[in-house]
Ligand binder design. Structure first.
Ligand code: EPU
Length: 336
């Protein structure tokens, strides 16, 4: 089903709830339809492919075509006694997909429960939470280029790293992800290393796949605002990676600083903790604010514009730099 709309409000297509319009907005339900749209010249430049808009900040009206996949198939391509291999449509809501895998007793994605977004974006963004990144379960990614070329990228070709894949590079901006292939385990493999999981699990009794999902949902609901109630895009900044000498200097001043060891020379510091130390938690600048329970999340307190959110982000970046001599960078994509 192809659906084309003109001068269309994007408010319900970005979790910040910013009210901007797209000149043209196109949804499609199959790869064939996408190829047809390309052939017929319907996709006018500039173009942007969105998922659920949970990692986007619109600054102004979009004077081109916004594309959105509604490809919603889940196929088992093969399976054996240990693993199941799935081919999943890019337009499926991420958490609906995770819920389905947990219902089937397939292990792997449970720690990524309740992350906003869709299957296609999971493979672009390499979503991660609670000690797990989706790259650990991706096998390959099917794409269609706006020239019409179709190409399948093996996982190794995607160059996955923290919140990174080659699909974020400017030269790949014309590639649309249509399907993602995942390999999940039929054998119990839980990842309970992350600090607060064990404590949250204790409330649900036995350690099981379904209870891990419940615990993760509980942790997220306690800390992160529900975008249906307060506009936000999850973590606004990425956690910066610093060299060991710099880390040691900060640690002297803040002995209780949380951190994640990456290697002998590199340490990742939670940006949320730094923003909190700078006193931003719960504060506002105009209609843009910092969430009261997690300083890494910027929120729309009402009718915020994209520019107001950016102004707040800049003020936070300056404070963090002044205090820690660290530049923090947005995880959210600004659409100008
Ligand atoms: N912290 C504070 N104050 C704050 C926020 C955090 O002191 O206001 C401290 C926490 O107490 C903890 C540490 O900082 O010791 C880390 O906080 P948290 O566990 O909440 O995780 P994070 O590093 O802030 C990352 C991801 C989240 C993911 C969590 C859990 C990024 C940019 N963010 O946040 O991802 O859910 O870990 O794994 O890597 C997202 O990408 O949208 C997202 C929510």
């Amino acid at each position: 089903m192809i659906d084309i709309k003109y001068n269309y409000s994007l408010r319900s297509h970005n979790t910040f709830g910013i009210d901007v319009r797209a000149k043209k907005f196109i949804e499609y339900g199959t790869t064939k339809e996408l190829v047809q749209l390309i052939k017929e010249g319907e996709i006018e430049s500039p173009f942007l492919h969105i998922g659920s808009g949970s990692n986007l900040l619109f600054i102004r009206d979009f004077e081109g075509t916004i594309l959105h996949s509604k490809i919603d198939s889940i196929e088992i391509t093969h399976q054996d006694s240990e693993s199941v291999y799935l081919r999943v449509g890019s337009g499926i809501d991420w958490d609906k997909f995770v819920a389905y895998t947990v219902d089937q007793n397939w292990y792997g994605l449970e720690n990524l429960s309740l992350i906003p977004g869709e299957v296609g974006a999971s493979a672009v963004q390499n979503i991660g939470a609670y000690g797990v990144e989706v790259k650990d379960f991706i096998q390959k990614v099917e794409t269609v280029d706006l020239s019409g070329d179709q190409r399948i990228f093996a996982k190794d070709e995607c160059n996955y790293a923290y919140r990174y894949s080659i699909f974020k590079e400017p030269e790949n901006k014309n590639k649309v992800v249509t399907h993602v292939h995942y390999k999940l385990s039929k054998i119990e493999e839980l990842n309970l290393g992350y600090g607060s999981i064990q404590a949250a699990l204790a409330r649900y009794g036995e350690i099981s796949l379904k209870n891990v999902r419940k615990a993760i949902i509980q942790i997220r609901e306690e800390k992160l605002p529900d975008p249906r109630i307060i506009g936000n895009a999850g973590s606004f900044f990425m956690n910066p990676i610093v060299d060991r000498a710099h880390f040691e200097q900060i640690k002297e001043r803040y002995p209780n600083m949380p951190f994640y060891e990456l290697s002998t020379d590199q340490v990742k510091i939670p940006a949320g903790w730094m923003i909190d130390v700078c006193g931003w938690k719960g504060k506002s600048l105009g209609n843009a604010g910092v969430h009261k329970n997690q300083a890494l999340v910027l929120v729309n307190r009402g009718e915020a514009t994209g520019q107001e959110i950016i102004n707040l982000a800049h003020a936070i970046q300056k404070s963090v730099f002044d205090e820690f001599k660290i530049n923090i960078h947005p995880e959210v994509n600004f659409i100008k």
